[in-house]
Design a protein around this ligand. Structure first.
Ligand code: ZN
Length: 470
């Protein structure tokens, strides 16, 4: 069985077939570095990571390119307002972006090309489109003529009848489907752009946002890319326009598989700055456990199902992670040598289930269910001392293998810091202190075991008791 991906282009699952045997070229739309990225962006970046890790797990050699958008309308507005240098402004946010990627255990792409470093290549493409009649100049700007590209609208399933053919082109990078019209490839400089511009044969200006992904995807991955991914809101106009630009220039199919991750909601509402529910990683990940829990939440949800983030969901993920960590600790503690249950078929069934479900368009919730089925069975055996050392190693070996895909067991520099405790846990720590003073060892041990069950070790230090992840 091969991997099946839901291809947005055909709106159905298709068996994955790479262009060059055993190799996958993978392009994903990266961050616009004008602010902290929000958790919806990072949800998408974790989905890219899951796609890439799973392909690697299945033996493919993946070349991954993710762009950094370091010039566009929002950036220019802020740079001019704050009287900053473009590069200084964007690099502060790209630094934060890379730090937060590490916090979420996202494997680095092979390349992170920046838009500002590819202006001349974009201009070459624009000239070619003009020469071939796909684009036209007007008032120092250049527009793509969607009427000249017969398959325009295919990816986004636009109603071709409703397209604004002949309507004046738009200078906006983002607009609604109903407003589909000639879009901008090169934007003429305006006064409010300050000193941000590049010289061209059309005069001073800068490329439209869609140009960079066409240009950098093809420069680094070839004229036809195996997989291009992004969030669902990029289907139109961004990805639709990428297809038009790239295919107009090469005459070849630009991308074989388009993969799109669903939106994230916060407390069942769309996340937006105006609603005040716009969350960043630093808002939600106060501790390393939170960061891992967020990652777990994303990788255990189906990437195409819209995703609801809430405090309860994050707490639930923390508990599940704690449960799994605790389970692995119990495996590590197994001392029995020989004579335990034969776990071979249990482990291979879990592995087969995981792979079969992940092969099915990365159905990670079902894949995880296969793993949890095994966890419950092994927990029962552990409870009756039915697991020996080799059985424990076999089970933990599967965890290590599957973690190449999930990436949920990882350490972070802040792990050594004492964890922030909920009030309830803090009260228990204090109750144990009282019990110890009263020499009520039974109660003190009970509380210690309760913490162990949650995946914590309670250590007595001269400064008082400290909870550490077990
Ligand atoms: Zn893009």
């Amino acid at each position: 069985m091969s991997i099946q991906f839901y291809n947005t282009l055909s709106r159905q699952k298709e068996p994955f077939k790479e262009i060059e045997d055993g190799k996958v070229t993978f392009y994903s739309c990266g961050p616009t570095v004008h602010d902290y990225a929000h958790i919806g962006n990072f949800k998408t970046f974790i989905v890219y990571d899951l796609i890439k890790r799973y392909l690697s797990f299945r033996g493919y050699e993946v070349s991954h390119v993710m762009n950094i958008t370091d010039v566009e309308d929002k950036i220019i507005r802020k740079v001019v307002e704050q009287e900053q240098e473009l590069e200084a402004f964007t690099s502060q946010y790209s630094e934060i972006f890379f730090e937060e990627m590490t916090l979420l255990n996202i494997l680095p792409a092979d390349r992170y090309p920046k838009a500002t470093e590819h202006i001349s290549e974009m201009l070459e493409m624009i000239h070619k489109m003009i020469e071939d009649g796909f684009a036209y100049k007007r008032d120092g700007s250049v527009y793509f003529s969607i009427g000249k590209f017969p398959s325009y609208g295919e990816l986004a399933r636009l109603d071709v009848e409703g397209m604004q053919e002949g309507a004046s082109g738009t200078d906006l990078d983002e607009y609604e489907k109903e407003d589909a019209r000639d879009f901008v490839l090169w934007k003429a400089w305006k006064e409010e752009d300050g000193d941000i511009f590049w010289e061209s044969d059309f005069g001073k200006g800068r490329p439209g946002w869609h140009m960079e992904c066409s240009c950098m995807a093809m420069k680094y991955l070839g004229e036809t890319v195996d997989i291009h991914a992004g969030a669902v809101d990029l289907i139109f106009p961004h990805h639709q326009n990428e297809i038009a630009q790239s295919e107009a220039v090469t005459g070849k199919r630009f991308v074989n598989y388009w993969l799109h991750g669903a939106h994230i909601n916060v407390d069942d509402t769309k996340m937006s700055k105006s609603l005040g529910n716009f969350l960043t990683i630093s808002d939600i990940a106060k501790t390393p456990d939170d960061a891992r829990a967020f990652r777990y939440l994303v990788v255990s949800s189906h990437y195409r199902t819209s995703f609801n983030f809430s405090k309860e969901a994050l707490d639930g993920a923390r508990n599940t992670m704690r449960h799994l960590r605790n389970f692995r600790n119990r495996l590590a503690d197994v001392e029995r040598v020989g004579g335990g249950a034969d776990l071979t078929s249990l482990v291979s069934k879990a592995r087969d289930g995981f792979v079969a479900h992940m092969d099915d368009d990365l159905n990670s919730p079902r894949a995880m269910a296969s793993v949890f089925e095994m966890v419950s069975a092994v927990e029962n055996l552990l409870g009756e001392d039915g697991v020996d050392r080799s059985g424990a190693d076999l089970v933990d070996g599967l965890f290590q293998e599957l973690d190449q895909v999930l990436g949920i067991f990882y350490s972070l520099p802040d792990d050594d810091k004492e964890e922030l405790l909920t009030d309830e846990l803090q009260a228990l720590v204090e109750e144990r202190e009282v019990a110890r003073k009263e020499k009520n060892w039974a109660r003190a041990d009970e509380i210690r075991d309760h913490f162990l069950g949650l995946g914590y070790v309670l250590e007595d230090t001269p400064g008082g008791p400290v909870l550490k992840p077990a």
